[in-house]
Design a protein. Sequence first.
Lengths: 228, 228
Amino acid sequence: MQQLQKKLAVDFGIDFSDVSLLETAFTHTSYANEHRLLKISHNERLEFLGDAVLQLIISRYLYQTYPQFPEGEMSKMRSTFVREESLAGFARACGFDRFLRLGKGEEKSGGRNRDTILGDLFEAFLGALLLDKGIETVEDFLYQVMIPQLEVGNFERVTDYKTALQEMLQVNGEIAIRYQVISESGPAHDKTFEVEVLVNDQALGRGRGRSKKQAEQAAAKNAVEAGN
Amino acid sequence: MQQLQKKLAVDFGIDFSDVSLLETAFTHTSYANEHRLLKISHNERLEFLGDAVLQLIISRYLYQTYPQFPEGEMSKMRSTFVREESLAGFARACGFDRFLRLGKGEEKSGGRNRDTILGDLFEAFLGALLLDKGIETVEDFLYQVMIPQLEVGNFERVTDYKTALQEMLQVNGEIAIRYQVISESGPAHDKTFEVEVLVNDQALGRGRGRSKKQAEQAAAKNAVEAGN
């Protein structure tokens, strides 16, 4: 744990005070069960707390970053961001997997690389950090390791901009949204489409893509971002 | 809104700065839809944020108040605490319903007293308060109006202490829990039972009630609280 404390200080500028809390965050139930007589605490309660602080910070981030997005769209984005595989990836990227205290059975069956276990570990760490340092530190940490990744990576892949645009506009009533191809170029096996999105016959955005569908998404994205 | 600002200051010591944010929190979609041309914002996005801050504060409260409760039990308690009817009740107790901006149709059909609408209003207010004053102020507010009520009211009614005790103990492996009646007193129509809960044949708690079931719950509660 001393090594972990040092790592947190060097990598993230976190001066973690309560070592026993850190130990709990990095202890899987399987380890606690194997050492029952020692009454070691495992990380499930901290995970409960960490999940809640993560949800809040991501919610606030989405609220501030996408002022035109309706609640339903933010909600979808949030659940994509905080899904297990995503959190497990951040745990690995932070090098947390090495410090996990795991039972022997789990270790043998590859638990140290399992998404559920690592996702829970990441949340438990956030819970511990909340108790040790407060919400601002948790927020700083997430803005270092997680939020920039959401922006460049996951986000592009997972958001359905056509739906987002529709929801954004229908906040103000029924509206007709049309997509039309304005150009097609290149040979058959390597075409580029350009699409325009029209809202009540007014052009709101343009986008390009290798398929009509891709170009429509790009046009919707363009319109959504212009609306922000 | 000026009257509401004054009320917040007098009743809760909250000096709310951003009036437009407060307005948004108190505006139902039905009102925004009726005034489309004015492009009034409604409270759905703030509700999204408020829900998240509420979950976190309740989670931290449960984590700190019930150190022996497993994650599953805290999770159940949390969802009971933050359910719609409960939040609507707090909105009414704070006198928020009077200030809600509601569409005419909703007003006619009794929307001003509807649990869904008032529960959402309460959450939206928490979201606005988070943005205006920060999480400590939201926490102070909830510790004034909501958390003491959970302690005395809802909580007693909704928690199944027998399950809580079971989950608490089984964190440390398989354990035999038995309830036995140690006394029965009073006439047939007005009996009182006293029950003892035994864990691996060791008495951990006692409780009384008008039925065996009630007395068992009381004994489990006694054991759970002793374990904290």
